[in-house]
Design a protein around this ligand. Structure first.
Ligand SMILES: Nc1nc2c(ncn2[C@@H]2O[C@H](COP(=O)(O)OP(=O)(O)OP(=O)(O)O)[C@@H](O)[C@H]2O)c(=O)[nH]1
Length: 301
């Protein structure tokens, strides 16, 4: 049997639907989907199997205009991820069309070395009528020579099968990166951290959630079928620690409960979740943290 395997980078503006598409393709909730933009901080991968192909999805952070240093690292990571991938898929929102952000991404694509397959996926087609969709398809293809165009609804699953099949056929021949029986376990620690970060984000609406990170430090399988998961929530300042903990620890308790419930549902078994809050001043500026968060595409592959 000839196997195929490779990386597929999903790029697009914030909210284009990259996480939704990854989740749909992989069939598990690997990255969080919220209405807030720029939630995808870590480089979360999902692995999909299609026939003899193993498709490793790279869910890049949004390509937006960088401000702080971390933002710049994210944009660089997104382009780095795209440049290293075997196939790039640009997601454009059907109803928003060619925005300034899309124009910037098209310019960026033109600067990448030639020869790589770059597909266009027009997403959220459920929001537009056919004539508008056809015009956008033509306009985008006039601007960039895409290998292929797909019209999809990541949320409803329309057209995603065709995209997946095309990706599977176009990846390079080679051995699978992940043994079949390990695929399910692969991103679990990351998923668990993302679930907790999602609950924190939803609970603490202000600026704060963007200034914290969650790491799964320990994962212990227990004989009774349950699992113990230890996580650390890193914040920037002592004051933030107080906010995350809440009065008499009420906030962290509520977050822990919500995260545990979602994990139990996702994993289908009992979970003992232990959260700790630690202050790590200036982590936003610590460059070594970026690679730990998976922001350097070349690290840890
Ligand atoms: N109507 C419609 N909504 C969609 C579709 N795909 C995604 N969405 C919605 O669009 C929003 C953004 O989707 P995400 O998957 O979080 O977008 P993203 O590109 O990962 O965003 P960032 O992580 O911020 O870069 C969510 O509210 C999704 O439910 C679609 O096909 N149709």
């Amino acid at each position: 049997m000839t196997t195929r395997c490779g990386f597929v980078a999903l790029i697009g503006e914030p909210n284009a639907g990259k996480s939704t598409l990854t989740n749909h393709m992989v069939g598990a909730k690997v990255s969080i989907v919220t209405h807030k933009v720029q939630t995808t901080r870590a480089r979360i991968r999902g692995v999909a199997l299609e026939g003899d192909s193993q498709i490793v999805f790279v869910d890049t952070p949004g390509l937006f205009r960088p401000r702080r240093r971390l933002d710049r690292a994210m944009v660089a990571a997104a382009w780095g991820g795209a440049a290293d991938a075997d196939i790039i898929v640009l997601l454009v929102e059907a109803h928003r069309g060619i925005t300034e952000g899309v124009t910037r991404i098209l310019d960026g694509l033109s600067e990448l070395p030639k020869g790589r397959k770059i597909a266009l996926a027009i997403n959220k087609i459920d929001k537009v009528e056919a004539p508008q969709l056809l015009k956008l398809t033509k306009d985008l293809n006039d601007r960039f020579p895409f290998s292929e165009t797909f019209m999809i609804s990541a949320e409803k699953g329309h057209g995603t099968g065709a995209l997946r099949a095309w990706l599977a056929e176009n990846l390079p021949e080679g051995p699978w990166l992940y043994p079949e029986d390990q695929i399910a376990d692969l991103p679990l620690r990351m998923i668990a951290a993302e679930v907790t970060r999602e609950k924190l984000t939803l609970r603490l609406h202000q600026e704060l959630p963007y200034q914290l990170t969650v790491e799964t430090e320990n994962w212990e399988e227990r004989k009774d079928g349950s699992a113990r998961i230890d996580q650390v929530i890193y914040v920037m300042r002592d004051g933030h620690k107080g906010i995350v903990l809440g009065k008499k620890g009420e906030t962290i308790k509520a977050i822990s409960k919500l995260a545990r419930e979602e994990l139990e549902e996702f994993l289908g078994r009992r979970i003992h979740l232990f959260l700790q809050v630690k202050v790590r001043p200036g982590w936003l500026e610590e460059s070594e943290r970026y690679s730990e968060m998976g922001l350097d595409f070349k690290d840890g592959n």
